[in-house]
Design a protein around this ligand. Structure first.
Ligand SMILES: [Zn+2]
Length: 330
């Protein structure tokens, strides 16, 4: 962005950090379509500009297929459920609860559970199939507006914060439904994870924010939280196989991803209507053959991954998940 400084000459105005409001470092560090990635030198957050979150229908389209079945628990869920510093009981609200996999596990662990999910199909599945009556098909803002007096002992939001356009406002809404001394638990993709190529899901408008331990610690401390536990997942065998697969991009897969009109990263750039059409289109025979060969190639990477794994562990390469547990002290 360009602007005039006090002497009338043209100066570059870097955007304000959405977490700490300070000006970002001047130059964008990455470009993608019309988006630019900046880094805040003060709080260490990386954020894309511009940030306009898509509507609920867009997420329903992008994550369709995940909304009518019970997904396995993610590492972030498991870190929380075995975290000795977590309260272990009380009223829990899970934001972005999907089809309710974590809520079922948290209920079994002794929590009284509620959830919000903006994908209405997923919310319906949780309610009807998993006997979770307190799952509401609402955004966080709608929930806070509709139930202003409702308070919880713990609010969880796994893989949610990276999607936010305005993280401070999001955390303020979380705080508004926490009892005093209440807990939060969350996970985000760790931007320091081991990558050998671009992670197609980690781009706007799907993700707007890239977190690491220090950026998350800075945001939560500034918002009045005491950090109780931090876990950075280490790269596992499947992650190692995936990274070897990514590093060994063959001519075939490069050509296929270049050709395929409906590759995920492209579809995420579409509006919800256009995306629906693209996602519902039957893959061509050629696309199907390429997908099959791609899967074979990934499987073939496992023996290589087994050989490489001791080195990966020795070097301490990080996996995808970054988990935090914190408690409100103000
Ligand atoms: Zn900042």
């Amino acid at each position: 962005m360009l602007g005039m400084d006090s002497r009338g000459s043209v100066a570059v105005i870097s955007p304000a950090c959405p977490a700490c409001a300070k000006s970002a470092e001047d130059a964008a560090t990455e470009r993608y379509g019309n988006y630019e990635l900046f880094r805040c030198a003060v709080c260490d957050l990386q954020f894309w500009e511009p940030r306009v979150m898509p509507d609920a229908r867009w997420y329903e389209q992008m994550y369709s297929g995940r909304d009518v079945k019970l997904m396995p628990l993610e590492p972030g869920h498991k870190y929380f459920l075995r975290d000795p510093l977590a309260p272990g009981r009380g009223e829990l609200l899970d934001i972005g609860c999907g089809t309710g996999n974590f809520l079922v596990a948290a209920r079994a662990a002794g929590y009284t559970v509620s959830g919000t999910e903006l994908d209405r199909n997923a919310a319906r599945f949780a309610k009807e199939q998993l006997d979770l009556p307190r799952v509401l098909g609402l955004t966080m803002s709608e929930f806070v507006e509709k139930y202003p007096g409702e308070k919880f002992d713990i609010v969880t939001f796994f893989e949610v914060l990276e999607h936010q356009a305005a993280p401070v406002e999001f955390v303020e809404k979380v705080k508004s439904c926490l009892r005093s001394g209440g807990y939060i638990a969350l996970s985000v993709p760790n931007r320091e994870r081991w990558l050998t190529g671009p992670d197609v899901l980690d781009y706007p408008p799907n993700h707007f924010l890239r977190w690491n331990v220090s950026a998350l610690r800075n945001l939560l401390s500034a918002q009045g939280f005491e950090i109780l536990s931090v876990t950075e997942q280490l790269a596992g065998l499947a992650h190692t196989a995936q990274m070897i697969n990514m590093a060994l991009r063959t001519g075939l897969t490069r050509k296929a991803t270049g050709d395929a009109p409906n590759s995920f990263r492209e579809v995420t750039q579409m509006g919800s209507q256009e995306a629906a059409t693209a996602l519902q289109a039957e893959p061509t025979v050629r696309q199907r053959a390429v997908q099959f060969l791609g899967r074979m190639k990934y499987v073939a990477c496992f023996p290589l991954a087994i050989v490489a794994y001791p080195y990966v562990r020795l070097r301490g390469y990080k996996g995808t998940y970054l988990y935090f547990l914190a408690r409100l002290v103000q």
